[in-house]
Design a binder for this molecule. Structure first.
Ligand SMILES: Cc1cc2nc3c(=O)[nH]c(=O)nc-3n(C[C@H](O)[C@H](O)[C@H](O)COP(=O)(O)OP(=O)(O)OC[C@H]3O[C@@H](n4cnc5c(N)ncnc54)[C@H](O)[C@@H]3O)c2cc1C
Length: 414
């Protein structure tokens, strides 16, 4: 039994704590916030085998650059002459090629499917009673350009063994009666599922407390205690905590902590927004609105709109024009969303930790053998929480990991 410190109480940190406590370790989660906000609370709640193509895919740069010209677009990069950002951008450009992506797809898909399955097992175990619906995900489009684009992805998904249905307009209407007349069709990805993130975060934390996991809230890890090539502990503003093993699951802030250990990690924060609206929207299925790049999810007591990828460093500034753009665009796909001014006022944002190839960083550092890194999940961190937690617990137990971790090593070269 080991004393393990997990730095970061997002979905990755909490799922890691879950699997570590199951193995009998003493776990302390240290979180600089108060467990009420951040990427793990504001996300769209999709569990998405349909997203088997990593973010850094061919074509993304040209699409992204075109979109950036429009200030309301779903994608934005703040140009910066900052060394870390330029290195990340160069590595992203190098990774966005077909050979790299084709190599990643089978293992990435396996990771996603296993994680979705772990959510289902967690639900079936009934120890944590949370909202999980297995209705799949719709991708809806209004233009033949996006019909072509989405159909190609769906054909690839079929080849990869996923369950996919190609829907005509009338078939979309049967599933989702409140969609707009201007839709021309959709894709139904049947392996996908959806959840209500703030509910799950609250319930898993409550469960972990009952199981003896200690939580240190509003405690920021500032630096580390290093002894004999091991990290013997972490130092916060209040206290030093000793540990046998350290897990850095600190999302977009991970490079700042790793810098203190003399380790460089290429990672950028990708800001996204959510707007929660009332339940009576009539929306039945979670969906991705293809042209708008907006996600919509019927959650437990509300409907959530989510979108944008803003690479502008670590900040939580809410850009009103982007929030308005998300809601305006979403309302062109549905007849009954009824977005009100107070919904917009309560919009929140979160920072996705984005690696240059869109794949997570999961692995032990070579410099300090008792430090494991678990971050970089970009748009898929909610889906990949449970499998990441499981893999980290296997690394700490020196067991063979359930999924090969070669492609995900935090020291991989780009
Ligand atoms: C709008 C939006 C929609 C999304 N939709 C989906 C979706 O539908 N499906 C999906 O799979 N993914 C989705 N994502 C992505 C997903 O939410 C993220 O990848 C995931 O939440 C990242 O989790 P994390 O635990 O790595 O990071 P975080 O949730 O950011 O948690 C890291 C925590 O570490 C803490 N921390 C950092 N530094 C320190 C320190 N020094 N000391 C103590 N604590 C520290 C931070 O306060 C933070 O709480 C979405 C993201 C956004 C923003």
């Amino acid at each position: 039994m080991k004393q393990v410190i997990v730095i970061g109480g997002g979905i990755i940190g909490l799922c890691t704590a879950y699997f570590l406590q199951k193995e009998g370790h003493r776990v302390i989660v240290i979180e600089k916030g108060d467990f009420s906000q951040g990427a793990s609370f504001v996300n769209a709640g999709f569990l998405s085998p349909s997203h088997f193509i990593p973010l850094a895919a061919p074509g993304i740069l040209s699409t992204g650059l075109k979109m950036m010209i429009n200030k309301n677009s779903p994608f934005y990069i703040k140009p910066r002459f900052q060394k870390e950002f330029l290195q990340w951008a160069w590595a992203f450009k190098k990774s966005a090629n077909q050979i790299t992506v084709d190599k990643a797809i089978p293992i990435y898909k396996e990771l996603i499917l296993k994680s979705t399955q772990l959510y289902k097992e967690l639900k079936n175990e009934k120890a944590i009673d949370f909202h999980l619906e297995n209705k799949g995900l719709l991708v809806l489009y209004k233009t033949s350009k996006y019909e072509d684009k989405e159909n190609k992805i769906a054909q690839r998904a079929l080849k990869e063994g996923l369950q996919v249905a190609f829907l005509q307009k009338n078939e979309v209407k049967k599933l989702e009666p409140t969609v707009s007349e201007n839709l021309i069709g959709g894709i139904h990805y049947k392996n996908d599922a959806h959840t209500t993130p703030p509910e799950f975060m609250k319930k898993i934390k409550h469960y972990l407390v009952k199981k003896g996991v200690r939580f240190q809230t509003n405690q920021k890890v500032d630096t580390f205690v290093i002894k004999n090539k091991r990290v013997a502990g972490v130092i916060t503003q209040n206290k030093t905590y000793n540990a046998d093993e350290i897990v850095i699951a600190s999302g977009s802030w991970t490079p700042l902590l790793l810098k203190k250990l003399g380790v460089k990690l290429l990672l950028q924060a990708g800001k996204g927004y959510k707007i929660d609206i009332h339940k009576n929207t009539g929306v039945q299925y979670p969906a991705l609105l293809a042209e708008a790049k907006v996600a919509i999810t019927p959650m437990q007591h509300f409907t959530r709109l989510a979108g944008t990828m803003e690479l502008s460093g670590i900040n939580h500034k809410i850009l009103k024009n982007r929030v308005t753009a998300i809601t305006n665009l979403a309302q062109t796909y549905y007849t009954n969303l009824g977005v009100k001014a107070n919904h917009l006022k309560q919009a929140q944002c979160g920072l996705r930790p984005v690696s240059p190839d869109g794949l997570p960083y999961i692995g032990k550092l070579t410099k300090y053998k008792n430090v494991t890194v678990a971050t970089g999940h970009a748009m898929m961190g909610w889906t990949l929480g449970p499998i990441t937690g499981k893999l980290v617990s296997q690394l700490i137990a020196n067991e063979k990991p359930l999924v090969s971790l070669e492609l995900f090593h935090p020291e991989r070269k780009f």
